[in-house]
Design a protein around this ligand. Structure first.
Ligand SMILES: Nc1ncnc2c1ncn2[C@@H]1O[C@H](COP(=O)(O)OP(=O)(O)O)[C@@H](O)[C@H]1O
Ligand SMILES: N[C@@H](CC(=O)OP(=O)(O)O)C(=O)O
Length: 818
C-alpha cells in the first residue's frame, strides 16, 4: 500500500487536478492500493489567513477576499464535475462557505483573531479541495471517499503547530482504513484535539499527514507529489542550474527542509524514519521522472550528495561583552531562556575570542528573543559585563547540507573560498547544530549570488561555466545563437561545458544577465529589456561583471569593437571573431594582441576569417606544432570571386552585369570594393602567412585587382564605370575556352613572396573544376612538398561560420580556461 500526497500546486486549478486524477487512475488500473492526501488549492491557506486578518482588523475588504475564495472553488468544481453530478458538491460548498462567512462576520464584530479560530478557518482549505477531488473521481467512475483527517489525527492544543498524540492517532487510522475498498481522499494539514477542536500541524503540514498515515499503516512507500522533479541541489527558483538528487537520507532531507527547502516539511521524516518507510518526491507535471528517494543511510551507498538551502529573512541577535568569557554556562542559559519563550533557534555561534555570541532567529520572534535573553542576563547587563542585545536585520542564512560533509576534507574551505572570491562577506558561520550542515549568515542582498556561487563550486565544479558575450547578432551571430540553442545539452553532456550567454548587443540595444540570457527568446528580450547600445559601455560592463571564464564574440562586420580588443584581452577575456579587421591590421598591432592574450591567459581566435568553415588556420597550427614548416600556399578563398568567374564562364553574360547582380543581391562584402580590388583575398592570404610565423604586411603582397570600382558613386554610376572592362573580360573568356582553361582568382605565397590576381589554369591543376560553392587551399610544406596538402570543401555561408566560431569557443573553453 502506498500513501500519495498531492501538494497545493498539484491541486492548484482544475487543469492540475485533472493531472492528479489521471495519476490516481493509473494506480487504480495497476490495482495498487493507495490512500491519497491532498492540500488546499495553492494560495488558499494564505488567502484564508489574509481574509481572517482583514475581518478581525475591521477591514471591510474581507468580504471581497471571501468572495474570491468562494469563486475559485465553485469554478474549479464546475470545470471538473459535470452539472448532472454536481448537486452534492454544490450543497457541500454552499454549506461550508455559509459557515465560513459567519466566522468572518463574527471576527469583524469582535475584532479579534485567536490561533484557535485561525486553525478552524484554515481547515476549510483542505476540506474544500479534498471534497471536490473525491467527487471528481466519483464522476469519473472511480470509487473514492472524502475523509476528514480531524477524525483520525489527534493532537494537543498547540494551535498552529499542534503535536500529535501518536497512540490514539495510530489506532484511529488503523481502524478507519482496515477495510476501506474505495480510494480515500484525506485532508492534509488538519487535525483535532480529543475534544474535537480543530488544530493544524504547521504550515506545509500535509506532507506530515501523509507520513503519519503511512507509518500507522506500515505503507510500502510514501509519495509526495509536487511541482518539481524531486529534491534539488538547491531551490530551482533561486539557482537555475539546480538539478534533482536521486536519493537523500532522512536526516539530509530534514536538514534541508529545516533550512528552507519548502519541497518537504521537516517533521514528515520522523514517522517514516521510525518505520523505515521510503519517501519518494515526484513531479505531478512530469510523472514518468524517477524523482528523489528519501531513505535510510545504507553502508553500500555512497552519500556524497548534498544540497544548499536558505532562509531568506532572518535576524541575528548579538550578545557581546568581556563578561562573556567569565560567565559559566552562558550558552545553555541563553538556549534555556529562548526555549521557555518557545523560540526556535536557527543557529548559535560563539566567536573564537569568546567575546560575542550570535543567535539567528526568524524576524517575527526577534523582539521576543531579545527580551528573553536580556531578561535572563539582566544582572550581567546591569553590571556592564555585557552590552544590550543588538539585533541585526536584513540577513539571510544559507545551509550546506550533506551526510558526508564533515568527512569530506576541504568542504568548509571550498565554501568560504568561493564566497570570499566573489566578494560575499560571511557575518557568522557555524558547523550546524547537527553534524550534517555548515551554516552561514550573509547579507540578504547577496543571497542569490551566494547561492549560485556555492552551487557552482560544490556541484558543478567539474562542469565549466563559460560566460559568452556576443556583439552583432546579424547573419552569422544569430546562426551561432541558433546553434547553441540546439547543441547546448550535447555540449554539457559530452564536454561538461556550459555555454551561458551573459551579454548580447546589436546596434540598437544591449542586454546583460549574469545568470544567462534565455536564448529561446533572445530577440524579444533584447528588444524589450535591453538598454541603449553603446560599444564603450558594453566593454565596461563586460569587465565590471568580472566573471571568470569569459569569451567575447565579435560577430560585427565593422571595426567598432576592434580598438577595444587589447583592453578585453588584458581583462582575461578571450576573443573569437570572424572579422578580419584586427588580424589583418599592421603587424605591430596584430602582434600586440597576440602578446597581450598570452600575457593575460586569454586567447584571440579567428579561425573563420580564412575559408570560413574550412580548417585552414588550424591546419597550419597543427603542422607547425608537429615540427613541419610551411613553404608555399596556394588558395582560392573568395566565394564572391569564384561565383562571379563561374557565372561569367558559364552564363555567357557580360562581366559588368554579373558584378552588378552580385552587388545587388548582397553577395559581396558590405563594401564591394574590397572584393574586386583583391584586398579581401589578400587579407586572407596575409592572415595565413602570419600564421606560418612570418612578420608580414598587406603591402608585401602584390595585389592585381579583378577590376577597379570607383571609390564612390551611386549604383548607376558604378554600372557605367565597369562596362568599360567588358571587352577585356570577353577576350579573356575566349582565350580560356579555346585553350580549355579556367579563370581563377588565385592567392599565392612562396618562400617570402606573395601575390593575388586572376590566372588561367588548365586541367592538370588541382584547382581545376572547382564548383561555384567550393573553396580550396594547398599547402606545400617540408613533409608535403611534391604532393601538397589540399583542403577543399563547401566552407561558406553563415551556418558554416557559426560552426567555426563554436569550434573556436570550445577550444578556448577546453584548453585555455582552467
Ligand atoms: N532543494 C529544493 N528542491 C526542490 N524544491 C525546492 C527546494 N528548495 C525549495 N524548493 C521549492 O519548493 C517548491 C515545492 O514546495 P511547495 O510549493 O510547498 O509544493 P506543494 O505545493 O507541492 O506542497 C518548489 O517549487 C521549489 O521552488
Ligand atoms: N495548505 C497548507 C498545508 C500544506 O502542506 O500545503 P502545501 O502542500 O501546499 O505546502 C499550507 O499552505 O501550509
Amino acid at each position: 500500500m502506498k500513501v500519495l500526497k498531492f501538494g497545493g500546486t498539484s491541486v492548484g486549478d482544475y487543469k492540475n487536478i485533472k493531472s492528479v486524477t489521471d495519476i490516481i487512475e493509473s494506480y487504480i488500473k495497476r490495482k495498487e492500493k493507495i490512500i491519497v492526501v491532498c492540500s488546499a488549492m495553492s494560495g488558499v491557506t494564505d488567502a484564508l489567513i489574509e481574509t481572517a486578518m482583514k475581518a478581525s482588523g475591521k477591514d471591510e475588504g474581507y468580504r471581497e477576499s471571501f468572495v474570491k475564495i468562494k469563486g475559485k472553488h465553485l469554478t474549479t468544481a464546475s470545470r471538473l464535475i459535470p452539472a448532472d453530478k454536481r448537486t452534492k458538491t454544490n450543497d457541500y460548498l454552499k454549506q461550508r462557505f455559509a459557515e465560513l462567512y459567519e466566522i468572518f462576520k463574527s471576527l469583524y464584530t469582535i475584532g479579534e483573531l485567536t490561533p484557535k479560530t485561525l486553525d478552524e478557518i484554515m481547515s476549510y482549505g483542505e476540506r474544500l479541495s479534498c471534497f471536490i477531488i473525491a467527487e471528481t473521481l466519483k464522476s469519473r467512475k472511480i470509487e473514492a471517499s472524502f475523509v476528514d483527517a480531524r477524525e483520525l489525527i489527534k493532537t494537543d492544543e498547540q494551535f498552529g503547530n499542534a503535536k500529535v498524540n501518536f497512540e490514539t492517532t495510530n489506532s484511529l487510522i488503523k481502524e478507519r482504513f482496515k477495510k476501506s475498498k474505495e480510494v480515500p481522499i484525506v485532508t492534509g494539514f488538519i487535525a483535532s484535539t480529543v475534544e474535537g477542536i480543530t488544530t493544524t500541524l504547521g504550515r506545509g503540514g500535509s506532507d506530515y499527514t501523509a507520513s503519519i498515515i503511512g507509518a500507522a499503516l506500515d505503507a510500502d512507500e510514501i509519495e509526495i507529489w509536487t511541482d518539481v522533479n524531486g529534491i534539488m541541489t538547491a531551490d530551482p527558483r533561486k539557482v537555475r542550474n539546480a538539478f534533482p538528487l536521486r536519493a537523500v537520507t532522512y536526516e539530509e532531507a530534514m536538514e534541508m527542509s529545516h533550512f528552507g527547502a519548502k519541497v518537504i516539511y521537516s517533521p514528515t521524516m520522523l514517522p517514516a524514519l521510525q518505520k523505515q518507510i521510503k519517501i519518494r518526491i515526484k513531479n505531478t507535471f512530469n510523472p514518468s521522472f524517477r524523482g528523489t528517494l528519501i531513505l535510510p543511510r545504507e553502508p553500500q551507498i555512497q552519500f556524497n550528495m548534498k544540497g544548499i538551502s536558505s532562509i531568506d529573512d532572518i535576524h541575528l541577535l548579538q550578545v557581546e561583552g568581556s563578561g562573556l568569557i567569565g560567565i559559566e554556562g552562558i550558552s545553555s542559559r541563553i538556549f534555556g531562556a529562548l526555549a521557555s519563550a518557545k523560540i526556535n533557534v536557527l543557529m548559535i555561534t560563539q566567536g573564537s575570542s569568546g567575546h560575542t555570541i550570535c543567535i539567528a532567529v526568524m524576524p517575527s520572534v526577534s523582539k521576543l528573543a531579545k527580551k528573553a535573553i536580556e531578561n535572563e542576563l539582566k544582572l550581567e547587563i546591569y553590571e556592564k559585563q555585557l552590552k544590550k542585545v543588538e539585533v541585526i536585520e536584513n540577513l539571510s542564512m544559507i545551509a550546506v547540507v550533506g551526510e558526508d560533509l564533515l568527512n569530506t576534507p576541504g568542504v568548509s574551505g571550498k565554501v568560504l573560498f568561493a564566497l570570499g572570491k566573489n566578494g560575499i562577506n560571511t557575518i557568522a558561520i557555524a558547523q550546524g547544530s547537527s553534524q550534517l550542515n555548515l551554516t552561514m549568515v550573509i547579507r540578504k542582498e547577496q543571497l542569490k549570488k551566494a547561492l549560485n556561487v556555492l552551487h557552482e563550486s560544490l556541484f558543478i565544479s567539474e562542469q565549466k561555466n563559460i560566460n559568452v558575450f556576443l556583439a552583432g547578432p546579424g547573419n552569422v551571430g544569430s546562426k551561432f545563437i541558433d546553434l547553441i540553442v540546439k547543441q547546448h545539452e550535447n555540449i554539457i553532456n559530452n564536454m561538461s561545458i556550459n555555454l551561458r550567454f551573459v551579454g548580447l548587443a546589436d546596434s540598437k540595444k544591449m542586454l546583460f544577465d549574469e545568470e544567462g540570457i534565455d536564448l529561446s527568446n533572445w530577440k524579444e528580450l533584447l528588444k524589450k529589456s535591453g538598454q541603449k547600445s553603446n560599444v564603450r559601455k558594453f566593454i565596461e560592463r563586460m569587465k565590471e561583471l568580472n566573471l571568470s571564464n569569459s569569451i567575447f564574440i565579435d560577430a560585427t562586420s565593422g571595426d567598432l569593437f576592434v580598438p577595444y580588443y587589447n583592453e578585453v584581452l588584458s581583462s582575461a577575456i578571450s576573443i573569437v571573431t570572424p572579422n578580419k579587421t584586427a588580424n589583418s591590421a599592421p603587424y605591430k598591432e596584430y602582434k600586440n594582441l597576440i602578446e597581450t592574450a598570452h600575457k593575460y591567459n586569454s586567447e584571440f581566435r579567428y579561425s573563420t576569417t580564412v575559408g570560413v568553415g574550412l580548417p585552414t588556420i588550424d591546419v597550419i597550427r597543427n603542422l607547425i606544432e608537429s615540427g613541419d614548416e610551411i613553404i608555399a600556399i596556394e588558395g582560392m578563398f573568395s566565394s564572391t570571386m569564384n561565383f562571379i568567374l563561374k557565372e561569367f564562364m558559364n552564363a555567357g553574360m557580360k562581366m559588368s552585369e554579373i558584378i552588378l547582380n552580385a552587388i545587388k543581391s548582397g553577395f559581396t562584402e558590405p563594401n564591394p570594393r574590397v572584393d574586386f580590388s583583391g584586398e579581401d583575398v589578400a587579407k586572407k592570404l596575409l592572415i595565413l602567412i602570419r600564421e606560418t610565423g612570418k612578420e608580414y604586411e598587406l603591402n608585401d603582397i602584390d595585389i592585381k585587382p579583378l577590376l577597379k570600382l570607383p571609390p564612390k558613386g551611386a549604383h548607376s554610376f558604378i554600372a557605367e564605370h565597369i562596362k568599360k572592362y567588358d571587352s577585356h573580360f570577353d577576350k579573356l573568356r575566349d582565350r580560356a575556352i579555346k585553350a580549355g582553361k579556367e579563370l581563377i582568382y588565385m592567392a599565392r605565397y612562396d618562400r617570402g613572396k606573395s601575390a593575388v590576381g586572376l590566372e588561367l589554369i588548365d586541367k592538370t591543376h588541382p584547382f581545376y573544376g572547382l564548383s561555384s560553392k567550393e573553396k580550396i587551399v594547398a599547402f606545400r610544406t617540408r613533409f608535403h612538398y611534391e604532393h601538397p596538402l589540399i583542403i577543399k570543401g563547401h566552407g561558406g555561408g553563415p551556418a558554416a561560420a557559426a560552426a567555426g566560431i563554436l569550434s573556436d569557443v570550445l577550444k578556448i573553453s577546453k584548453y585555455t580556461i582552467k
